[in-house]
Ligand binder design. Structure first.
Ligand code: AMP
Length: 514
């Protein structure tokens, strides 16, 4: 077979959405829109304004804000080098020397990232290039030792050459709180009346193991309150807004859990963590590998464990509520009181913790029904140290992030999904004159807000009515020569098969009156 013929036989590749990502399709997208519209409306009534930060940011921003040690930052981010320069890496040994010189001069001119890491990498590259050059070309009678030196120098040189970052590292956002805080600082929002109340919605990206309710591209709706005091009423009103939103969405079986994790001081959380570590060491042998490791790295995270056999052990551990300092204790009591004033029902969960230092005091989570093991639809908490950690002035902060995919899933499971959207009117036309009238009728009906289907080619009336039913249309507007001539159009109710004759004006009035 000729190459051309073989190419013709070859079936084109069928593409599929990447694992962990998915298409949102009608009619589901109508529900997504309804949920998002509800968020705009409810958050607006609480004085929040929308922020739309970019979808990618410097990797360093997330490393700082989310924490370099977290799974999100250490394993799950989609990171790439954003190379502004069109520089080709060497392909042949003879090109390494020129490449090294080029990289050195670009670094000096500040045209590639001026990071400590890059500087070190370029130094190493240069050092190994020298060693390589010194051992190169010793002729055919080289000894084993010389060969090994040469091979070693070559590998190292290539390794360091590839490690030079020609552009900044950027990541698809795994969450948006970091971006909101960055924007607060960048746009000097501390000059505005405080606190500043912002909300966002959009896709987030984490390379997690996909399962029901867990995706690699997923959507969050979140809100942050930055600046102003840390009055407990702020925490409570934010939670009240959240519960109002879920209520307006029709979410069933919501449960709000709250906790206070104090603040990072010896007489508060740090003291508790030390005590927790002490207790965990006593039962270390009975814990799984992850929890054993966390005793050293982050004992609070042991409380997150879902492992069956660890539950009884965790139940015996000390509670943070018994180790809060006086101010944090008072703050927590006041938050609960403020929630009660607002009629918000909560459950306390002493195991609801966050592993990062800047998280403090109030933490909360909301679960909903119909979601299996991934039943958290929202997580939130106070993070008074975050803006400062990102280079801004000391600023109070609290916020939440709702998992929109899970919210939608729960609404669908409880029968609140969107029904396929039918048409109000299907225009069954026959004949050229009727077609011109049909186009005009479609325009007028659509302007009046009705969903109209106008078939692009002529169909026999029987066929047209069949299509109208398949599309879930309420009415068929029948336009033939007779109707055009008389100016009396035929409207057929497809559910009852009743027909009536109406002028165009009467038709609009009739449809409006339904
Ligand atoms: P987090 O930003 O980790 O506190 O998550 C806040 C909320 O986002 C969670 O309660 C989930 O509802 C949702 N969420 C987090 N990760 C994913 C994911 N991979 N897929 C779907 N939803 C997620």
């Amino acid at each position: 077979m000729s190459e051309v013929a073989a190419k013709k036989e070859e079936k084109p590749r069928k593409f599929q959405a990447i694992r962990g990502t998915r298409d949102l399709l009608p009619p589901d997208t109508a529900l997504w829109n309804r949920v998002e519209q509800t968020a705009h409306e409810v958050f607006g009534t609480f004085g929040f304004g929308e922020i739309r930060p970019p979808i990618f940011e410097p990797t360093e921003l997330f490393a700082r804000a989310v924490g370099g040690e977290t799974d999100i930052v250490s394993k799950e981010m989609y990171t790439f080098e954003d190379r502004p320069l069109d520089i080709k890496q060497p392909e042949f040994l003879s090109q390494y020397s020129d490449y090294l010189q080029l990289v050195q001069s670009l670094y000096r001119k500040g045209e590639i990232p001026q990071t400590e890491e890059n500087q070190k990498t370029i130094e190493n590259f240069s050092e190994w290039h020298e060693k390589f050059a010194a051992t190169e070309g010793k002729g055919s009678g080289i000894t084993q030792v010389q060969f090994e030196n040469f091979e070693n120098a070559l590998y190292r040189m290539v390794f360091w050459c590839e490690r030079v970052h020609l552009g900044p590292q950027v990541s698809l956002r795994p969450e948006a709180t970091a971006s909101v805080c960055r924007a607060y600082i960048e746009h000097n929002m501390q000059q505005l009346p405080q606190p500043v109340k912002l909300y966002y919605m959009g896709p987030m990206f984490r390379r997690e193991r996909p399962q029901k309710g867990r995706y690699r591209q997923f959507y969050q709706i979140g809100a942050e309150i930055l600046g102003g005091p840390d009055a407990p009423a702020i925490d409570a009103e934010l939670i009240e807004m959240l519960m109002t939103f879920f209520d307006k969405c029709g979410l069933q079986g919501t449960e709000l859990s709250i906790n206070s994790i104090g603040h990072a001081a010896d007489n508060c959380r740090r003291g508790y963590v030390a005590k927790l570590r002490e207790e965990l060491l006593k039962v270390k042998d009975k814990l799984g590998a992850d929890s054993q490791r966390r005793i050293e790295t982050n004992p609070l995270r042991v409380l997150d464990s879902k492992l069956e056999h660890e539950q009884a052990i965790i139940a015996t551990l000390p509670h943070i509520a018994d180790h809060l300092c006086d101010e944090c204790k008072t703050h927590y009591a006041a938050v609960k009181h403020e929630l009660e004033l607002r009629g918000v029902i909560y459950r306390e969960n002493w195991r609801l913790v966050r592993g990062l230092d800047y998280y403090m005091r109030t933490t909360f989570e909301i679960t909903a029904q119909g979601l299996g093991s991934q039943n958290a639809v929202c997580g939130g908490g106070r993070y008074d140290g975050l803006v400062e950690l990102l280079g801004g002035p000391p600023t109070k902060g609290i916020g939440f992030a709702i998992g929109e995919d899970r919210l939608i899933l729960s609404l669908q499971e409880s029968g609140k999904g969107a029904a396929p959207q039918g048409r109000d009117v299907y225009i069954a036309w026959m004949g050229e004159r009727a077609y011109a009238t049909a186009i005009r009728a479609a325009k007028d009906l659509r302007n009046a807000g009705f969903r109209v289907e106008l078939p692009p080619t002529e169909l026999k009336f029987g066929k047209a009515l069949e299509r109208a039913s398949k599309l879930g249309s309420r009415f068929a507007l029948i336009l033939g020569d007779n109707e055009v001539q008389s100016g009396e159009w035929t409207l057929k109710n497809l559910a009852t098969s009743e027909q009536q004759k109406l002028t165009e004006q009467a038709l609009l009035e009739y449809l409006h009156g339904l």
